[in-house]
Design a protein. Structure first.
Length: 495
């Protein structure tokens, strides 16, 4: 099915800086070579220090407390300081990669099991299009009769654009589509623009239990893979003063599995804290759900841990009880060091709306009493080489000096908005982790550098009383400070 992607990117600019010592002024320093040179300037170990873990060797504290208030912005820090239990803190070069056929086949067999999966046809049949035409015409009539200005505008789109497009597709559509069983083998798939022109291709797979879905019948279980080879540059389909319509070139393969039961659940960021009766509702305890995922990871040799677990409530029809499941976020572990959740989907080559981007790696699972009901793995990495074996890390007091200066600068603009009543940050965890930065003039190659990530909850209260709570486990760190040079890392820029 042809789709038009409308991209409206709102880029949030963070000031970037470094601080060599608490007394030195913060200056812009994004020079990768200087950072690596500084990281590789570790002095020789004092006698006995080589046997000390990073926390003891560097004297990092167990806790960090701080509070400041500036206008409508309030920042409260009462945080544990997490440091990986390692003896060396390296810098590692990484690159984007595709999924191999061996990987795909193994995951396909494990996740789909005994289900019969079919390759999704690349064109809809006449019956499918006819069903969509009937629904589009019905929706257009209902919206036009509502009297609402926005509904009338949408009705015009249905009548003037969607219905003619479907009628055009109907004329050349096959009467029916032959169902071809899938064994997980990847194949060449085309990317098309809204007029059917081929603008690229990739090696991938889209298989489903029901390969001929309609409005009254869903896909059932789904398994899809999108590798990133042979992608063309960004393509603009249309453009006006309000938005661009097109497809941006993005680096980052994707693999997704969803059992039929998983289709009833909301988006990943809708996860809730664990209720006291979670085990009863989901049919499995939190520890058992985590153990299922950890066992799956270990069996497949996947170097990830399960660092965050939440709860989700699905939709139900009629009097059926609402389903529940656990949502587990995983993070890659490299040489004993966890990789941080960036919170944004990708780093971008520029501020253009269709700029080339590199997705951040992310892996998540959903689990209920029946087992794993979904897996999502985006933008896998390959480990290239170790650039610095053991970094010279800044003292923690220097890091928090950067935080205490840059956190208000980065977030005060939101608090100053006329519609905003207050913006409060409660930072409850500070963690030394790997953060991916993009190497100069490269999309798809980068470095994992040690950085201090400040996690917690941002509460935005608007003047009308509306309140939004965003916890950084779902939305990423509120500030990231390079542990080597004290620069603030902006994950959307990739450095």
């Amino acid at each position: 099915m042809k789709r038009t992607f409308v991209i409206a990117l709102a880029i949030l600019f963070l000031l970037t800086a470094c601080q060599a010592t608490p007394d030195a002024p913060i200056v812009v320093q994004k020079d990768m070579e200087q950072m690596i040179e500084r990281a590789d300037s570790a002095p020789a170990f004092a006698e006995g220090d080589a046997r000390l873990a990073i926390r003891e060797r560097c004297g990092f504290p167990a806790e960090y407390d701080y509070r400041t208030e500036k206008g409508k912005l309030q920042i409260d820090v009462k945080a544990g300081v997490d440091v990986p239990d390692v003896y060396l803190m390296p810098i590692v070069r990484v690159a984007a990669r595709d999924f191999t056929q061996e990987e795909v086949s193994r995951l396909f067999d494990l996740l789909c099991g005994e289900k019969t999966m079919y390759i999704l046809p690349d064109r809809m049949s006449k019956a499918q299009i006819e069903e969509q035409l009937i629904r589009a015409k019905k929706n257009a009539a209902q919206l036009a009769a509502s009297g609402n200005e926005d509904d009338i505008s949408t009705a015009a789109y249905y009548a003037d654009e969607l219905v003619p497009m479907l009628e055009k597709l109907y004329a050349s559509a096959p009467e029916d589509n032959e169902l071809v069983p899938s064994d997980g083998t990847l194949g060449r798939m085309e990317l098309t623009d809204p007029d059917g022109g081929v603008i690229g291709s990739y090696l991938g797979l889209h298989a489903a239990e029901n390969a001929v879905p309609g409005y009254t019948k869903d896909f059932g279980a789904q398994f899809w893979v999108k590798n990133n080879d042979d992608m063309l540059t960004s393509a603009v389909f249309s453009e006006n003063a309000m938005h661009l319509s097109g497809r941006a070139k993005a680096t980052g393969a994707g693999l997704f599995y969803s059992a039929a039961a998983a289709s009833t659940f909301n988006a990943p960021n809708s996860k809730m804290p664990l209720p006291t009766d979670a085990a009863q509702k989901a049919g499995v305890s939190p520890d058992e759900a985590r153990a299922k995922v950890e066992s799956f990871l270990e069996a497949n040799g996947l170097p990830f841990d399960t660092h965050d677990i939440g709860f989700a409530q699905g939709e139900s029809s009629g009097s059926d009880p609402k389903p529940y499941c656990y949502m587990l976020e995983c993070r890659r572990i490299v040489e004993g060091v966890p990789c941080a959740s960036a919170g944004v989907g990708a780093s971008y080559a520029s501020n253009d709306a269709l700029a080339e981007s590199w997705d951040y790696e992310r892996m998540s699972f959903r689990v209920d009493g029946s087992g794993i009901i979904s897996m999502n793995w985006n933008s896998p990495l390959t480990i290239m080489n170790t650039v610095v074996e053991d970094c010279t890390l800044m003292p923690f007091e220097d890091i928090v000096s950067v935080f205490e200066k840059m956190m208000p600068i980065s977030h005060e603009p939101l608090a100053r908005e006329d519609f905003m009543g207050s913006v409060n940050f409660d930072i409850d965890r500070v963690s030394l982790e790997f953060v991916r930065v993009t190497e100069q003039n490269s999309i798809g190659h980068g470095l994992l550098v040690p950085a201090w990530c400040f996690y917690g909850t941002r509460t935005a209260i608007y003047n009308d009383g509306t309140r939004y709570d965003h916890h950084s486990d779902g939305y990423g760190c509120h500030l990231i400070v390079n542990a080597v040079d004290g620069s603030v890392i902006d994950p959307q820029k990739g450095y």
